[in-house]
Design a protein around this ligand. Sequence first.
Ligand code: TYD
Ligand code: MG
Length: 459
Amino acid sequence: MSKEKTTFTCSECGGSAPKWLGKCPHCSAWNTLTETVSEAVGGRNRYSAAAFSGLNMAQAVAPLSAIEAMDVARTPSGIGELDRVLGGGVVEGGVVLIGGDPGIGKSTLLLQALDALQRAGLPTLYVTGEESGAQVALRSRRLGLDHSQVNVLAEIQLEKILATMEATQPAVAVIDSIQTVYSDQLTSAPGSVAQVRECAAHLTRAAKASGVAVVLVGHVTKEGALAGPRVLEHMVDTVLYFEGDTHSSFRLVRAIKNRFGAVNEIGVFAMTERGLKGVTNPSAIFLSQHSEPVPGSCVLVTLEGTRPLLVEIQALVDGGGPSPRRLSVGLDRDRLAMLLAVLHRHAGVACADQDVFVNAVGGVRISEPAADLAVMLAITSSLRGRALPKGFIAFGEVGLAGEVRPAPRGQERLKEAAKLGFTVAVVPKANAPRQPIEGLEIHPVERIEEAMEVVRGLA
Ligand code: TYD
Ligand code: MG
């Protein structure tokens, strides 16, 4: 490794200072300086060092059309649901960041994936900074991987990890987790923003230079974002998040960024006694089993990646007082406030002095606006104490003017609902199919008040 020195860089303006200061000398922002390593080349930072290594000569450029477009080579991990979110498999030199709550199954999934890859003949390396080799071995026995040939390294020092990667030449390396890795070059504590960022940058460079596919495991803060700087997400090729309620057995892995595949694709797993098992037909797992319809519940057909999913949306409107609460689990809270305003203004449904709670069953996170109609119907149902009819589903975005906008790929959603035995649907007019769908009574609506009207007629 070349000689390196540390400087302090402002996260606001990118300016640097030779020592830590409370206030950035360039942009005067407070508390924004974090420690970084720069290669000491004539006092310039590492980025300009790269430019000067070419002796300051202009380089040849080529028009895009003259550059051969090569598809990246992917190696399927052998775990179908994981390959689905990765866009087909692991990519040579690709860096994947995988985040999620503690205990959700990150280490389990990655150990299973490494074992499958190793069995397929790829050399693998599992670097554990949180557990001892013995603990990893115990997990592998539990997973039934008794003769696993996955190489394990219990190490947290970056320089040693990089040297081991160079010496053992794995095709895929997992770093579990990036927050435990530290570099001797920095004086700040392991797990600090500066450490996490520098270590991730070094590992990313190593991946690109050597062609090793690197998977970084990242912790998630209470707010649900990856701990450490957001810059980690920019640095890597793919960002995956584990979702799900640790109390239920289902787990979702969602791609929120993927340079090599589609985003918002999800992989669905069930946590079993022997590790995570893929769920290939997940459409009905987020429904709770009521024998009779209950007030405040509406089934939404959402589209996650390429597959429709049926998710029960629950609402409770109750009590309240001068400062009522609005709480949402799995749905956006700002959007909830907006939907309540639209309900009031356009459908005459007032919850201004009531507490409103909404929940997407099963710990799934729903971000698409097509959930609006189901959320509003669940809220109204709870407020009035009247259940929606048996076998009822809804989807559609609702705008501020009270209009119901179409959702992408409505036909597919309706067909999936019909397949699972749902019988009544309220959907945006533009999503109404030209041909009837067997067993499904479809009510197309253009406005929220119209949807309320239809529902009143059904109950
Ligand atoms: P783990 O992969 O250690 O989570 P993370 O690395 O994200 O922190 O998952 C641990 C949880 O999974 C733990 O609560 C036990 C459970 N588990 C099973 O239910 N079955 C299994 O086969 C394994 C290995 C773990
Ligand atoms: Mg773990």
